[in-house]
Design a binder for this molecule. Sequence first.
Ligand code: GLA
Length: 379
Amino acid sequence: MSKAQDRALALHRQRFRGSPTLVASAPGRVNLIGEHTDYNDGHVLPLALPMRTVITVEPTDGPVTLVSEVFGEASFDLATSAGTSSGWVRYVHGAVELARAEGYPVRPWCGVVATDVPVGASLSSSAALEIAALLAACPAGDAPPPASLARLGQRVENEVIGLGTGIMDQLVSAAAADGSALLIDCRSLDTRPVPLPEGVSVVVVDTGTRRQLETSAYDDRRADCAEAASTLGVSALRDAAPDDWTKLDGRVAARARHVLGEQVRVAAAVAAMEAGDVVSLGQLMDESHASLRDDYEVSSPALDAMVLAARGLPGCLGARMTGGGFAGCIVALVADDAVADFSSALLVAYREPVDQPSTEPIAVMPVRPSRGAAIEPVG
Ligand code: GLA
């Protein structure tokens, strides 16, 4: 299939009878390590995927009019509230509304939305849509800087969609650097590219399972972390010492042990990447998965089964669930010369759990770390 940008341009010409002036695009992401640390003000190490969400832009005087290649057409007036839109266009409307309220010079446009980011697979399709929408709404020169784009995108999730998610997905989509993972300090929003070591590839594997009741579980984990921080007398778990979880009890102690351990693992992963120590990097990914499964309890039968299958194959140095959890994708670190065999062998080795069957195709996707959001002229 052609890339989202080619499809978006073709559909734009067909629907609006002419080429758009600009194209805004933003990538999905996969998180290498640093899971459920962003809303604890900690560090994360995601990378932008080559799969992007693309929005074509042709300025108009009328309402914003958008055609999704999958979900049909929608339009809204700039002056209206995002509460009047529903479905996918609510993300765009929310981004526009919040950007206007912050004084960015939003202009109405018509265009097409197309994406190569699998939806609902823990690869941040919604962050890609939010960031692409913000760039489309504030064309070149007027666009907010990456950290502001990310904050606006996060506010769409928090205030318009009603999910209490952190800043990781939007910031890596806005600020990623080609060829590198992005170390993000989720308190200061400082970012630093960390190049992928030579000789290994990142492979994303979609279990084909999709999230269901994850919203309340995500909020529950946030509440556990807030309770842990408050008991420890710190403003966020980021400020606690690595073994402070021993001062807590039961479930909250286990949640804190994950977050505090994950903080240490992110720092160790950056050091391993910079030293070219891919064996240690893989081990840290394995440890992260065990901690998410046992202490944080956000893995799932399908994610565990896929991690197990991946780890049994030659050339796989480490594997873990990625993103919020409960369904979706794992991320594996695989020696470059083993990637082709890994991809075919994994489909044979995976045992689909009876209690969490796939509803979408299982897909093995070697990915190169890609650039962040961009707005570019067409032509
Ligand atoms: C989701 C959220 C992120 C982050 C991850 C877990 O992807 O959107 O903010 O909390 O879960 O690391």
